[in-house]
Design a protein around this ligand. Structure first.
Ligand code: SF4
Length: 237
């Protein structure tokens, strides 16, 4: 039996609409090895950091510095580092790949077509993610079902085939945006200032805009693309 099969068969049954603490506890137990949180400093990730402080404070928190993040994202990262004495495991893209991309295609090639956008995300996000997950038996994400059409069927626990069959834990799968904010406010957690400026979802600065009233929460990500393309390659099972 491969390690992937062994994790798969031991995936615990969760009640429908299980709460984040239940999902996290079950996922951490099922992983049978080190688990890490992928943190983009969204309000969702910050809520999970707070939950982990109570459940498993030794959990590694890693972040991908794509080189194109907003200043506000660095500010909230620093606030979290100080509030929780948090050690953030930063990962950068390979400098030679970024140099090659910018020398040959310029600084905004991702706006030209989907292939170029995927190329940039592959260099700045996906390859560093692979390195960040080295040795991990599972990873935790802040994804929620109600964020977009691409996440409508998101399971709370899943096998991540794209990353070697490790466990992927999505503790906020069933939570609404309102529930996330209610939790963050109740604990007075530091949050990214861009959330107050109409950015429910925050990624790289040139690929994220504020949304208008009534728009999908992820409408501001790669806003020039169709909704079904709005993923960066980090979350493709
Ligand atoms: S979100 Fe935009 S800038 Fe960031 S890695 Fe993807 S294409 Fe590049």
């Amino acid at each position: 039996m491969t390690r992937k099969d062994s994790v798969k068969t031991s995936l615990p049954e969760l009640p429908p609409e299980a709460d984040p603490t239940q999902i996290l506890k079950s996922g951490l137990a099922a992983a049978k090895g080190p688990v890490a949180l992928a943190c983009s400093f969204s309000v969702e990730d910050i809520v999970i950091i707070d939950l982990l402080q109570q459940l498993a404070p030794e959990t590694r928190v890693f972040a991908l510095d794509t080189g194109r993040l907003n200043e506000e994202t660095y500010q909230v990262a620093e606030s979290l580092r100080m509030r929780f004495d948090l050690k953030i495991d930063w990962h950068f893209p390979r400098f030679d790949a970024v140099e090659q991309l910018e020398r040959t295609k310029g600084l905004y090639s991702f706006r030209e077509n989907l292939d170029n956008r995927h190329e940039c995300c592959a260099i700045r996000k996906v390859e560093p993610l692979r390195r960040a997950l080295t040795g991990a038996a599972g990873w935790i994400t802040g994804q929620r079902r109600s964020q977009s059409v691409t996440r409508g069927e998101l399971p709370p626990l899943e096998i991540d085939e794209g990353n070697g069959g490790i466990l992927k834990i999505n503790p906020l799968a069933y939570w609404s945006q309102e529930q996330v904010w209610q939790y963050a406010r109740s604990k007075a957690l530091p949050t990214n200032k861009l959330h107050q400026q109409g950015y429910p979802s925050i990624g790289c600065a040139p690929c994220t805009r504020a949304i208008r009233e009534g728009e999908d929460p992820r409408a501001g990500r790669w806003w020039w693309e169709n909704p079904e393309h709005k993923e960066c390659g980090l979350h493709q099972s």
